[in-house]
Design a protein around this ligand. Structure first.
Ligand code: C2O
Length: 473
């Protein structure tokens, strides 16, 4: 017999073990009278007047690329209608727990380090938290228009490097007037450079390093720091600050694609695996269900999209961008930051030996003393140290990566972190530079986006070193 697909909201089989597990899972939530995720059933009676429970669904919805749909695709109208309903609830009552504003605010709540218990960026919780965030929005949208077949979309920027047409237009609930990017603007190529990132061999480098104690530095995974942050930055307006980003409906299509990158990475190679650490799997997030009721969900409950009731139409990233090949040398005209790379003899020879044995990923770690309040996208070059201190080496510089730093809401973001970790894959040229034994320098060059002002590189950084990524976390 064909294996039955899991139905969303289906009650867990009531074995004693699972009963204990589920009771334990939701102990804090239950103590407060809140249901756990397992209780988040579509059959649950709605207790707000005028609303019906979502009709039972027995399927798995398919998320499709919104940039590739015909303008009259029915899923676009469904999405607009549903977002419109949520927006109206917030317009009627700003704090409506099942409104657009309340849900967008939930993202903001978890992007500050010191206000709530977690910061969902810069760590290995980045992928699972955002997956759950989209999942509960999908439920809300389905309930809003009583359509269990409604699916969120994703936007594959590598295929269509412009904000899709569905997000523009007057009186369109998917529009956001704060965006800096216009309908015609095109995402710069190296904002989408993730070829080497998709080869990241282990999850921590790919998806973020654990932040398991307060004194451990934050470390973004390669995808978060590159394409994720870069697209936020490029869209601008609400999107370029985590405190406001999820107000813009494009957030969910962008994250739909980031979520898809996760599955695509897992599928690309059997050695690509999610962490099996309990600290990861048992981490519990707080969300609100389709009616705005608090619920909890654990990381281990979001690892399989089918169990969450959705799948992607395609996991293929055929059109990706090789940023490195096309890059010019650092320009002499932009205000670069040039620093010597600190590396002792042992580190250097260990690295030189390891590099002979094939590809290794390196991370470039920097202590940062000041974060920009404005978002900034930076290209990193490594070169032999130039005798003229603090001048970029425009000849022999090796491009290693493009990374974007985003503000998290408050002007004094130095509360967030002391370190920046930038990921790169060591190519033969950089390997030779490391092995040659002469002092190296890193050049950080801000990326100029046409039409946007850029006066100085607003980061203060020191103590730049190169390490292998699998030696961290
Ligand atoms: Cu929580 Cu793309 O941000």
């Amino acid at each position: 017999m064909k294996k039955k697909k899991p139905i969303l909201g289906e009650a867990p089989k009531a074995s004693r073990r699972s009963f204990i597990k589920h009771t334990f899972t939701g102990s804090t939530a239950l103590a407060l009278g809140y249901p756990t995720w397992q209780a988040c059933s579509s059959e649950r009676k709605d207790d707000r007047p005028g609303k019906k429970p979502l009709p039972a669904s027995n399927g798995v919805v398919t998320r499709r690329d919104i940039s590739q749909l015909e303008p009259n695709d029915p899923s676009l109208q469904a999405l607009k209608d549903a977002v419109g309903v949520l927006r109206k609830r917030s317009d009627a009552m700003a704090l409506a727990p099942d409104g657009w504003f309340a849900y967008a605010t939930l993202h903001n709540m978890f992007c500050f380090t010191n206000s709530f218990k977690i910061q969902v960026h810069f760590t290995w919780l980045f992928f699972p938290w955002h997956r759950a965030y989209l999942y509960f929005l999908e439920k809300k949208l389905q309930a809003a228009i009583q359509e269990p077949s409604l699916a969120l979309h994703y936007w594959d920027w590598t295929k269509y490097p412009r904000i899709p047409a569905a997000y523009w237009g007057k009186d369109n609930p998917l529009n956001d007037p704060t965006r800096l990017a216009s309908e015609k603007d095109q995402v710069p190529d190296d904002y989408m450079n993730m070829v080497s990132h998709l080869r990241t061999p282990h999850f921590k480098g790919f998806g973020g390093f654990p932040k398991i104690s307060p004194d451990r530095p934050y470390g973004e995974g390669a995808i978060e720091q590159s394409v994720h942050n870069s697209i936020h930055n490029w869209i601008g307006g609400n999107m370029d600050n985590f405190a406001t980003a999820s107000m813009d409906p494009i957030f969910y299509a962008h994250h739909g694609n980031i979520d898809r990158v996760w599955d695509s990475w897992l599928e690309a190679d059997p050695s690509h695996q999610n962490p099996s650490d309990e600290e990861f799997l048992d981490y519990s997030f707080e969300f609100t269900d389709e009616w705005g009721h608090p619920v909890t969900i654990k990381v281990k409950d979001v690892l399989d999209t089918q169990k969450l009731g959705y799948q992607f139409e395609s996991l293929d990233f055929t059109k990706t961008y090789e940023g490195a090949g096309g890059h010019p040398r650092p320009s002499n005209t932009l205000p670069c930051l040039v620093q010597e790379v600190e590396m002792n003899e042992n580190e250097r020879s260990a690295m030189a030996t390891a590099l002979k044995n094939g590809f290794r990923r390196v991370i470039i770690v920097m202590d940062r003393f000041k974060l920009p309040y404005i978002p900034i996208c930076i290209r990193v070059f490594i070169a032999l140290k130039n005798e003229q201190q603090s001048t970029p080496d425009t000849e022999g510089a090796e491009y290693v990566t493009t990374a974007t730093i985003l503000p998290v809401g408050m002007p004094d973001s130095s509360l967030i972190d002391k370190n920046i970790i930038m990921q790169a894959e060591v190519g033969p040229h950089l390997a030779a530079l490391v092995a040659c034994g002469l002092p190296l320098q890193a050049t950080l060059e801000p990326v100029k986006v046409p039409g946007r002002e850029l006066t100085a590189i607003p980061v203060e950084i020191s103590n730049i070193r190169i390490q292998f990524d699998d030696e961290v976390g």
